[in-house]
Design a binder for this molecule. Structure first.
Ligand SMILES: [Zn+2]
Length: 386
């Protein structure tokens, strides 16, 4: 659903079930900021034309963003045709920093980053043991604040958390973070108490897909499928330039395609899911390897190749259903180029119409660890002050 669906032609807010006025305002701010990130400096007129917001609404939101020093005005550019000059606005990237936190089974990444994904500092640690979620989150907050402090007096405006599993974004709650915590965790409330800043929470794979749309290969395309391999199998869809989450936020869960009759019970509660065959945990039962040695192991071990073949078939099937412009691969098990080449060969074997231009490897490099929360922050735009 695009921004146009929320706003009538007078710039007033249409009723949309499930969204209150504050969420609509956040969406509008997010739409404006995301557009500026994608396009660079723009005029207010162009923002209105592109987002579908009325000029009056754009002026009002931009003025607030200027007051908050999130936007800055940049000189003028000649308007086409007429002699009038227009003022361009851009995000003051050096003015806005956030805590970008990525929580996945086994590892947590904390970065202090601006809204372009340029981190001032980054650290990671392994999630071990079964400490209570609140204890872990408070520890993360403590580490993050210490990191930021070392960077001097940075203007920190918010906290963005990307976490595996099902997330209720509106409430800032991790509903079920498979393999991390078994219970529902009110991540936003716990971290707001620690940081005294607005906190947003998003699914980690959705956040990465949105980052591809804003900063990566997805800039050029309408429809994308992101596949993250390691430790589990995550996937997410951008359809018509927006995240598609489905009715229960479980759309595009490639890892939970059922692939085996009477298969093993999966962490999601179902049986015979792809993840039970090709997650890092499942593959480690066949033979020992690390993400760094996975390419070697795959060349030697036939059972790993069988699992890999199954994964490739699921990817081809997913392409058949969605027909995205691009499939973007990321995650630790795709790091080795031989693995990606192997996947390409298998996909081509099953469907000769698939070629290298259709399946790409993310260009984020190390930023992959924290760029998701940055993009999620821009999308939700909690910069909106309550
Ligand atoms: Zn499953």
């Amino acid at each position: 659903m695009g921004i146009h669906d929320y706003i009538d032609k007078n710039g007033g807010y249409m009723k949309y079930s499930g969204m209150n006025m504050e969420q609509v305002k956040r969406q509008n701010r997010g739409a404006i900021l995301s557009y500026i990130v994608e396009s660079g400096p723009v005029s207010r007129k162009e923002i209105a034309e592109t987002t579908g917001l009325t000029p009056a609404a754009v002026t009002q939101i931009c003025n607030t963003l200027l007051e908050e020093k999130i936007l800055m005005e940049l000189g003028t550019a000649q308007s086409q045709g007429v002699g009038r000059k227009k003022v361009l606005v851009d995000i003051d990237y050096d003015h806005i920093y956030i805590y970008a936190i990525n929580i996945e089974p086994e590892s947590v990444v904390i970065a202090v980053s601006n809204l372009k994904g340029d981190a001032k500092a980054e650290t990671s640690f392994k999630l071990e043991g079964k400490e209570a979620p609140a204890v872990v989150l408070r520890e993360i907050a403590k580490m993050a604040k210490e990191m930021a402090k070392e960077q001097g007096d940075l203007p920190l405006c918010g906290v963005s958390v990307a976490i595996s599993g099902i997330v209720d974004k509106a409430e800032g709650v991790s509903v079920h973070a498979y393999g991390i915590w078994d219970e529902k965790v009110d991540v936003a409330s716990i971290l707001e108490e620690e940081f005294h800043l607005p906190v947003i929470v998003e699914n980690n794979v959705n956040a990465l897909a949105y980052a591809e749309k804003l900063f990566g290969f997805g800039k050029e395309y309408e429809n994308l499928m992101l596949i993250k391999w390691g430790p589990g199998v995550g996937s997410s869809l951008i359809l018509h330039k927006e995240l598609y989450e489905g009715t229960d936020r479980k759309a595009a869960e490639l890892g939970h395609y059922i692939v085996e009759k009477d298969g093993e019970k999966c962490s999601c509660g179902r049986r015979g899911c792809l993840e039970t065959k090709v997650s890092y945990h499942a593959l480690s039962k066949i033979c020992k390897f690390t993400p760094d040695t996975f390419g070697d192991a795959l060349e030697k071990e036939e059972k790993l190749q069988d699992a890999f073949d199954l994964f490739a078939r699921c990817i081809v099937n997913a392409i058949t259903i969605v027909s995205p412009n691009q499939v973007i691969l990321c995650g630790s098990l795709f790091k080795d180029e031989r693995v990606r080449k192997g996947l390409m060969e298998k996909c081509k074997y099953y469907d000769a119409s698939i070629d290298e231009s259709r399946i790409l490897y993310t260009g984020f490099g190390n930023k992959e660890n924290y760029i998701g929360p940055v993009a999620a922050y821009l999308r939700e735009c909690v910069l909106y002050k309550k």
